[in-house]
Design a protein around this ligand. Structure first.
Ligand code: GNR
Ligand code: NI
Length: 172
């Protein structure tokens, strides 16, 4: 297993629309294992393949506190069902920033699991927020896209500055 580097906003590779997975094979299963290791190490509650620079429609989530509810969603589809929920979202690709985003609360989602079996579920609360946040990643979308341009640009400038400083210290 391995911890994978996570792309950081405003990297343009986070804006690429991910392609459907055509085969659940051994190399995809290895990627899934490495994504879980990366997400748990961060720590985070979700991770989309695009964040580790793999442009496939694959995401993982685990909103438990003891790593007991790992879910894999391959080629997911979702529909909003009812209600709205406000949540302070963060993103491993936008480290250190948390902002309130409003999304549908209850959703229906269907996907393939790691055994290539189709499944569907309804969920709400943090699991629903997290799945929607990850599905956005597959379409090149980030939670900062729901904020004002001013807030998004402020976050972008701060992260660009941090990235310049850290690349200076590693190339010295
Ligand atoms: O770890 C994460 N926490 C989180 C908190 C609120 C809403 C969404 C998330 S997902 C995020 C991990 C991540 O960036 N996934 O793409
Ligand atoms: Ni994210």
């Amino acid at each position: 297993m391995a911890i994978l580097p996570v792309l950081q906003f405003p990297d343009p590779r986070l804006r690429v629309i991910a392609k459907p997975v055509t085969k659940v094979d051994d190399s995809l299963l290895r990627l899934i294992d490495n994504m879980f290791e990366t997400m748990y190490a961060a720590p985070g509650v979700g991770l989309a393949a695009i964040q580790v620079n793999v442009h496939k429609r694959l995401l993982i989530v685990d909103v438990s506190t003891d790593q007991s509810e790992p879910y894999v969603f391959i080629n997911p589809k979702f529909k909003p069902l009812e209600g709205e929920k406000e949540y302070d979202e963060g993103c491993l690709s936008i480290p250190g920033f948390y902002e309130t985003v409003t999304r549908p609360d209850k959703i229906w989602v269907s996907a393939l699991d790691r055994n290539n079996k189709i499944f569907e579920m309804e969920c709400d609360g943090l699991l629903s927020v997290c799945i929607q946040h990850e599905i956005d990643h597959l379409d090149g979308k980030l939670f900062v896209d729901y904020l004002t341009k001013l807030k998004r640009n402020t976050i972008r400038r701060k992260l660009e500055k941090q990235q310049r400083l850290s690349s200076q210290s590693t190339s010295a």
